[in-house]
Design a protein around this ligand. Structure first.
Ligand code: AMP
Length: 425
């Protein structure tokens, strides 16, 4: 079914045409009519399926219709998102899809100077996209009011709950007008998401695209069983292949992401990194460089990568295998977006084989095992060269050592100096 069959405003159809969308994706086909009719909605859809346009297009349509009846007063729609990057991305989408409409949008999120955000609000906006923390802060100081709000949208609801935003969301929703349309988008339908729906929505319609926790069909997945100390050389070998042009690499921890980035830089790979210890400016710059193709590789942790939409990611590499199967689904959803094809590669050392088993059980699929021809999987751990930092010990080993130290603490008294003070050893 083409877009014009929905009856969307002509200005919105023009923007869709400009974006080059020939037809709605399944989640858009299912969600757009329901939202246009004013229903509450829970949409469970695989990542990268066009979820953003599924709520932004009908939201703009409704706002545009109200505008026809008279100038819009106050903030009419609020979108909550888990991360700053996602909030900015949604704002950019709204600007693109609403470019022919007299509707203004602002993004409110932490990590940047709030004055610019307050200034944008003062100019008068009809849509606010926000992360919960900064929004509550500004509301507490009367910088914005929602008494004229008509639509509330929770994007990546499951992620917001995972990130501990439940209390903030409850406080926020408690302040909003009771009569409103509430949409909830989530990658998974957990008990917690269902509970939010029960409390915040009125007779919601349900849209579920694809099976739960099923990675997008457009992603080709495979596994390299590789010893942990050979992950770096294997990654480097893969990156040297010509088809690896835009590669998103996931590390489990921030310092792991830092170390991997340094290694790749030393090997002359154009690489940028994205994790929560970086400033907002650094994060946006890294994302932009990767989007523009100035960097071949983006090394990221899960926290910032979820929901991020980057065109043409050729490969997602799970350098560290995700502990949680749902994170796996999200990570690999960064490629193969909007029905394009992509590859997802996972490095699995022996100690992570149990995580792989659990994932395969969860997605009901055995992933293909691959081996890179000519790569020495039995190379020894390289001897440290002078100046190398000693390798980090495994956290389990460190905990054991600390416990052992505690129990072996000497009970004998420390000899005292003649002056009564403790003598130095
Ligand atoms: P999202 O799931 O909202 O992050 O969207 C994933 C990607 O799909 C984005 O790059 C959108 O621009 C693109 N997209 C959204 N809707 C369509 C459509 N109907 N046809 C083609 N691409 C689309």
């Amino acid at each position: 079914m083409p877009f014009h069959k929905f009856g969307l405003e002509a200005e919105i159809l023009r923007a869709i045409e400009k974006a080059g969308y020939a037809r709605p994706t399944p989640v858009q086909a299912a969600a757009i009519p329901k939202v246009m009719q004013g229903h509450d909605l829970i949409a469970i859809a695989q990542t990268g399926t066009g979820k953003t346009a599924a709520f932004v297009l009908p939201m703009l349509h409704r706002l545009s219709q109200w505008h026809r009846q008279g100038p819009l007063r106050g903030i009419k729609a609020l979108i909550l998102a888990p991360t700053r990057e996602l909030a900015v991305q949604i704002m950019e989408n709204i600007r693109a899809y609403g470019q022919h409409l007299p509707i203004r949008v602002a993004a409110i999120h932490g990590g940047v100077d709030e004055e610019a955000q307050i200034k944008a609000l003062r100019k008068g906006v009809q849509i606010v996209v926000a992360t919960p923390g900064r929004l509550l802060d500004l509301m507490g100081r009367q910088k914005l009011a929602f008494h004229l709000l008509e639509m509330l949208i929770l994007d990546e609801a499951d992620r917001m709950l995972d990130m501990g935003f439940l209390a903030d969301i409850e406080t926020l929703v408690g302040i909003l007008p009771k009569r409103r349309q509430t949409l909830m988008f989530s990658a998974t339908l957990s008990k917690e998401v269902e509970s939010l729906a029960r409390r915040f929505q009125y007779q919601p319609k349900m849209v579920q695209i694809g099976k739960r926790s099923n990675p997008a069909d457009t992603v080709i997945q495979c596994v390299y069983e590789v010893p942990a100390h050979l992950k770096n050389p294997l990654l480097l070998e893969l990156l040297r292949q010509p088809e690896f042009t835009k590669v998103l690499v996931f590390a489990r921890l921030k310092d792991g992401a830092d170390r991997l980035t340094n290694f790749l830089k030393l090997a002359q790979v154009k690489v940028v990194k994205l994790h929560s210890n970086r400033s907002q400016d650094q994060r946006l710059q890294a994302l932009q460089d990767f989007k523009d193709g100035k960097a071949q590789v983006l090394v990221a942790t899960d926290i910032v990568a979820r929901g991020i939409d980057i065109d043409g990611v050729t490969h997602v590499v799970n350098y560290d295998f995700p502990v949680n199967p749902e994170d796996y689904v999200h990570r690999i959803g960064r490629t193969g977006r909007a029905e394009a094809q992509g590859d997802a590669i996972s490095f699995v050392p022996k100690q992570d084989l149990n995580l792989l088993d659990r994932l395969e059980l969860c997605i009901g699929q055995r992933l293909e095992r691959k081996r890179l021809r000519g790569f020495d999987y039995h190379a020894p751990i390289p001897a440290p060269t002078p100046g190398d930092k000693p390798p980090r010990r495994d956290w389990r080993q460190r905990t054991r050592e600390m416990e052992a130290k505690k129990t072996a603490r000497p009970t004998a008294r420390v000899p005292q100096k003649p002056g009564g003070k403790r003598g130095k050893k």
